[in-house]
Structure formats: structure tokens, C-alpha cells
Design a protein around this ligand. Structure first.
Ligand code: HPA
Length: 280
């Protein structure tokens, strides 16, 4: 039986965070692989290591610092997850998404999810941003859904509508800011896989045919839980590599490449996120 944290676990984690700061975040940002620098811009910051928060899953991979940073960004009270955990690290999908439940209990209404992703769409280049318009949750479709198990109606509905998962108003804001700032931002469908293997060329061609524009190993389950809790979600992928669709290609996918692209992606992502937050 997979580990299923309870409402009491969510409450205990939220209580520990409330003890560390009186700040009441309305907006939360999850920073993906190689994108953690934005947390350094948070002012009057209180940083709490994930290990110091009861029940929080702990990041085990390079590029994910594993801290919750609470403070102000653009004058707004925010909580920034500097790093996240993934299903492939061995946690249950309920553990992976526990921080989203906890952020909701802290009062967060708007969730900004970022990730590093491989570009499936042939027009995407490394360093581009992709605004997530919709997703294909392959992990969830395969049965690994964070809403599996008994439903607590106090947290959200048993059967969740996913037709408007990524908030239209937030999307429009993000696109407009990217346009004004001259930042290349596509719109597209994010495919969420379990990882940790990168995709085979045949899988890449399959995901592209299926309607995916970018592929990664996070985000979709977090979106499900955020929507279950009634949060507005903005999702932005940083295209860190172009997916390899040919078995005879000389290139290979690597985590180093993903982290290196972060240098270009981080300032772009930061500009868009700051712009959106300043308008909320
Ligand atoms: N595939 C899956 N996940 C990823 C990739 C990729 O190419 N790049 C960054 N995360």
C-alpha cells in the first residue's frame, strides 16, 4: 500500500510553518530543476528546510535545494518551494503532492508551477519558455493519481473537472508580459511522465503525435491537487533541451544539460513570474 498522508499530517506541516513565520502567503511558486535562483530574490525571507517540516518529502537530486522560502516578492506575500520532489524518487504521489495541500491550508490561492521540460514541438528551442495551456497526465491516466483513495470533501470534490486546469486570466497575463519583455514564450500542452528515464526516440514521436508540446517528470499531479483545493494555477515550462526523436542522433539527454539551460531560463522565468505577481 502506498503512503497516504492524512489531513492530520497536512495540518501538522502547516502548523510547523506557521510557527516559523507570521507571514500569510497568498501566492506560491514551485521552482523546477535549475530554476531555484528566483527564491533568492524573496525579501524579508524566512527559509525552512523541507526536512524541518513534518511529513514534507525531501528532494534527493542536484538542482533542487529543498527549502520553503516565505517572504515578499513584488510586495506580495509569497511562499516559494525551492525545489520539489518527484514520483521517481520513490515517494508516493500523495507524498509528492503533500506540499500543495499544505500551501492551500496556509491560505495560498494562486499557485505558479515551473519545470524544466524537453521540447517535443519542433519549433521549440532550448531556452524558450512554454506557457502550459493544458496537460496530458500520463502518470495519472495510468492510475497513479493523487486523488486516489478516500476523498475528504473538506479538501475538494470526489470527481474533479480538469477542463480549465490552467487559469485563463493568469495565462493571458503571462503571455502579455513575455511579449512586452521580448521573451520567447510558446503556448502548449505539457505531458507529465513518471521518469526517471528520459524518453526513447519512439516515445518522443508517440508523445508528439498524441498532442504534446513539452515533456517532463513533474507538475501534472501538483496541478490536480491544486485544482482539487480550488487554487488558480499558472504553469510555465522552461525548455531545457530539444527531445531526441531519432535513434541515430549523435546527441543524448542529460540532467547536466537540463541544469545548464537553467542559466538562460531562470532570468526569463523570473521576469514573467514577477510581472504576473505584481498584477495580482
Ligand atoms: N524529458 C523528460 N523530462 C525532462 C526533459 C526531457 O527531455 N528535460 C527536462 N525534463
Amino acid at each position: 500500500m502506498e503512503a497516504m498522508p492524512t489531513r492530520q499530517d497536512f495540518d501538522e506541516a502547516a502548523a510547523a510553518i506557521r510557527q516559523a513565520t507570521i507571514l500569510q502567503p497568498k501566492i506560491a511558486i514551485v521552482l523546477g530543476s535549475g530554476l531555484s535562483a528566483l527564491a533568492d530574490a524573496v525579501q524579508e525571507a524566512t527559509a525552512i528546510d523541507f526536512w524541518a517540516i513534518p511529513h514534507f518529502p525531501i528532494s534527493t537530486i542536484p538542482g533542487h535545494q529543498g527549502r520553503l522560502v516565505l517572504g515578499h516578492l513584488e510586495g506580495q506575500p509569497v511562499a516559494v518551494m525551492q525545489g520539489r520532489t518527484h514520483y521517481y524518487e520513490g515517494y508516493s504521489i500523495h507524498q509528492v503532492t503533500l506540499p500543495i495541500r499544505v500551501l492551500r491550508l496556509l491560505g495560498v490561492e494562486t499557485l505558479i508551477l515551473t519545470n524544466a521540460a524537453g521540447g517535443l514541438n519542433k519549433s521549440f528551442r532550448s531556452g524558450d519558455l512554454m506557457l502550459i495551456v493544458d496537460h496530458i497526465n500520463m502518470v495519472g491516466m495510468g492510475g497513479v493519481n493523487p486523488l486516489r483513495g478516500p476523498n475528504d470533501p473538506e479538501l475538494g470534490p470526489r470527481f474533479l473537472d480538469m477542463s480549465k486546469a490552467y487559469d485563463r486570466g493568469l495565462r493571458q497575463m503571462a503571455l502579455q508580459i513575455a511579449q512586452t519583455e521580448g521573451i520567447p514564450m510558446h503556448r502548449g500542452v505539457y505531458v507529465g511522465l513518471a521518469g526517471p528515464t528520459f524518453e526513447s526516440p519512439a516515445e518522443i514521436r508517440f508523445l508528439r503525435q498524441m498532442g504534446g508540446d513539452a515533456v517532463g517528470m513533474s507538475t501534472t499531479s501538483e496541478t490536480v491537487v491544486a485544482r482539487h483545493g480550488g487554487m488558480r494555477v499558472l504553469g510555465i515550462s522552461g525548455i531545457s533541451n530539444v527531445a531526441i526523436d531519432d535513434p541515430d542522433s549523435v546527441s543524448e539527454a542529460s540532467h547536466e544539460e537540463v541544469l545548464e539551460a537553467g542559466a538562460l531560463l531562470t532570468p526569463r522565468m523570473a521576469t514573467v513570474i514577477r510581472g504576473v505577481i505584481s498584477q495580482l
